[in-house]
Design a protein around this ligand. Structure first.
Ligand code: UD1
Length: 372
């Protein structure tokens, strides 16, 4: 059983399902959507863009507090495991659905496979860090995207024999979807915004923000929106707004900081739209985990508005620079890129578009050997 719940899971699962089906012999899979993300723009649209099949099971849990959401996934997932008796449960990433399904499976004696294991921000205030640490502790087979992840796991007492460095499935999706990317001008036009802003001499920037630490308080969100308004005066920005961020901008009365003449404010975008926007951008400003990796693979400079990253290879080898929430550091980062001093980086080891195939091959061997 393969589990997806929230937006960043979908691009990881799509290539895995294809690789399981194409493996010789095929590895049959049931796709379970927990329903953590349910808006058309956060879920259905991405299924279509990523050529993901309709889920076999939808648990329709929806939103809630961390406890309520995690508990609801567990309650609804347990009967599905009982009914289908899977050989293993495969989870990806670090969202609440990842941990919830892991806990159900492991307590039923069903082996858990974690794709994108071992990433650590070492910031336990991030809900995803808790989900990562706990999922990895009880997972039976762990696939990593960068070599530092195995060292993190071994430090936590996890047997290296359970760990396999397979590469980055999100980059599999990126590479297989690039040719279908929607041009940025079309995306703006679809929202009634003139694409002329993309043709400013410096190009344009892309922004996403949704981490609770950045958007859940006015004290954090207001200065970030102010600095973005300032950046937009030098470089037009396309801002794809997550529903959490949209709601908080309205709640805190900050909508006046979004400046329509130099900022295209869009609803959450489809996958092909986001790739189209990113690959033509001068820079990306984000707090997303996925965008840090995608910009590295695309060679586009990225400024990450967080104090830490669980994906250090994007900084060490890729195009990512951590700028935190310090306004002056953010300004300097923007000035560096606009001054031609942005990082070009190189593509990390095994981010080659074939990670899912390696996972399918290893999974087949591992399950055939009794998943021990
Ligand atoms: C979740 C993940 C985060 C991931 C992000 C990507 C956890 C702990 N967090 O955060 O790691 O980076 O997804 O988007 O699992 N909402 C909608 N429509 C939806 C989904 C959510 O309007 O389809 C709104 C609801 O008001 C909800 C809020 O967004 O309460 C937050 O959604 P939730 O799934 O709890 O967390 P995310 O912030 O999306």
């Amino acid at each position: 059983m393969c589990i997806v719940g929230a937006r960043p899971n979908f691009m990881k699962m799509a290539p895995i399902l294809r690789a399981l089906a194409q493996h010789n012999p095929p590895l049959p899979a049931l796709l379970v959507h927990t329903g953590q993300h349910y808006d058309a723009s956060m879920s259905d649209r991405l299924f279509a863009d990523l050529r993901l099949p309709t889920p076999d099971i939808n648990l329709e849990v929806g939103s809630g507090s961390h406890a309520a959401q995690t508990a609801e996934v567990m309650k609804r997932f347990e009967p599905a495991v009982d009914a289908h008796k899977p050989a293993c449960v495969l989870v990806v990433g670090d969202v609440n659905s990842t941990l919830a399904c892991t806990l159900v499976a492991v307590k039923k004696g069903v082996p858990v496979v974690h794709v994108e294991a071992g990433l650590r921000s070492y910031d336990r205030k991030m809900p995803e860090e808790i989900n990562r640490v706990l999922t990895d502790q009880v997972a039976d087979r762990l696939y990593t995207t960068e070599r530092s992840a195995e060292a993190n796991l071994v430090r936590e007492g996890i047997d290296a024999a359970r760990v396999c460095f397979a590469g980055n499935v999100m980059i599999d999706s990126l590479l297989s979807s690039r040719e279908f990317a929607r041009p940025a001008a079309d995306t703006l036009r679809a929202h009634g915004i003139s694409p002329a802003m993309l043709e400013s001499p410096r190009g344009y920037g892309v922004v996403t923000l949704h981490r609770p630490s950045n958007v859940d308080s006015a004290a954090a969100l207001e200065p970030l929106l102010k600095v973005l308004a300032e950046v937009a005066q030098q470089l037009p920005l396309v801002f794809a707004l997550h529903p959490r961020t949209r709601a908080n901008i309205d709640r805190f009365g900050l909508a006046h900081l979004l400046q329509p003449e130099c900022m295209a404010v869009l609803p959450p975008q489809g996958y092909l739209e986001m790739i189209g926007l990113m690959q033509g951008a001068t820079m990306v400003l984000t707090d997303s985990g996925g965008l840090q990796e995608e910009t590295t693979a695309l060679g586009v400079p990225c400024l990450t508005l967080r104090e830490n990253t669980e994906r250090p290879i994007t900084v060490e080898q890729g195009t990512n620079t951590m700028v935190g929430r310090d306004i002056q550091v953010i300004r300097n980062g923007v000035a560096d890129i606009l001054g031609g001093r942005g990082k070009h980086g190189r593509v990390p080891e095994l981010w080659d578009g074939h990670a899912a195939e390696r996972i399918a091959a290893d999974l087949y061997r591992w399950l055939s050997a009794g998943a021990g």
